[in-house]
Design a protein around this ligand. Sequence first.
Ligand SMILES: Cc1cc2nc3c(=O)[nH]c(=O)nc-3n(C[C@H](O)[C@H](O)[C@H](O)COP(=O)(O)OP(=O)(O)OC[C@H]3O[C@@H](n4cnc5c(N)ncnc54)[C@H](O)[C@@H]3O)c2cc1C
Length: 392
Amino acid sequence: VRTKVGIVGAGPAGLMLSHLLHLEGIESVVLENRSRDYVEQRIRAGVLEQGTVDLMNRTGLGERLSREGLVHQGIELRFGGRGHRIALTDLTGRSIFIYGQQEVVKDLIAARLAAGGIIEFEVDDVRLENLDSDRPAIRYRTDAGEHVLECDVVAGCDGFHGVSRDSVPAGVLSAYHHEFPFAWLGILAEVRPSTEELIYASHDRGFALHSLRSPEISRLYLQVDPDEPIDAWPDDRIWQELRTRLETVDGWSLADGPILEKGVTAMRSLVVEPMQYGRLFLAGDAAHIVPATGAKGLNLAIHDVSVLARAVVEWDRTGSTEMLDGYSDSCLWRVWRVQDFSRFMSSILHRFPEEEHDGFLARLRRAQLDYVCSSTAASTSLAENYVGLPFD
Ligand SMILES: Cc1cc2nc3c(=O)[nH]c(=O)nc-3n(C[C@H](O)[C@H](O)[C@H](O)COP(=O)(O)OP(=O)(O)OC[C@H]3O[C@@H](n4cnc5c(N)ncnc54)[C@H](O)[C@@H]3O)c2cc1C
């Protein structure tokens, strides 16, 4: 089988790339090692930047989003017994949207299949070949046997644990890595959110976040140790700890309900440079990971593929590889901006282990929180990054 762009991974990056290419008349095939049902149910991010929403609307994906997505114009930072609102829209003119990543994935799969696009689910043993030639190929297996997909370009959109990044010969990529000394225990609960806007709470016992996915479904997180076993957290303990960290404002209380899903996610940063090797282009979590505090991973993945799609289109139309050659540089500026912001949010909101013995550090962190909430310049900077810089 031959196609123009072979895409590994049917997450937001791979599916959006396939969609954008299709709108420009360029063929692609998406290979995914999980089932359709699995990727459509996988609970992950849920905050869309204005730029992501604008792109979805512009490319015909906005119908359900405009009906079911929730527009948010502010977030709350809660600490020291008070809530401090960061008025995102007043400060920047832009908003965020609450719409689950799995809903974005469902919309993209539906759009691709309706347009006759090819997504092969449940493929095995994906291997990338001849990446440094102008005839790269993807070898993979299905129940029907072994297949080879020949293409002009391979897009590695297979996330942090995928095979694409590791297919690049040793020594070509530089990896910049940082592990944070905490993880997030996240739950999805069948309970009406106790808040209209997201609450980021900094407490002596650690960070907590009250987020949501819909008017009926809440998403909440607790800072825990990086190697925390999920079995140590029965549902009652989770609600108890959430109440301790969030119910610090007079008159505010947290409603609880059945927990539908829970899991512990490491908080880490990774960037590989460059994001390309020969005819392989890495996008999304395959190239970079950010701690979830800034709500950026999904948005960054969508931005990468918007740049990659434009570069492939230019190459297809004019034969010029200038934009493809510059793909990595075009993306990395934003990737590092987002890394910096995500680290900033993580560092002001979480309790670091050193604070146990060092009151100085805890007080510095409190001074940063006070400044962000009392200075218009500092809150505008937070807001501008949180709603996301415009897509170029
Ligand atoms: C466990 C987890 C929880 C997260 N929670 C949050 C959150 O709460 N809030 C937040 O803001 N962000 C969260 N994120 C970050 C956000 O979800 C990601 O940044 C986003 O999914 C990136 O999209 P992507 O398309 O690049 O990668 P992915 O969504 O990971 O998609 C990659 C796809 O490739 C497939 N794949 C992998 N290996 C292969 C292979 N060998 N062959 C074929 N297909 C393959 C995978 O099954 C997957 O469908 C979370 C991420 C993870 C991993």
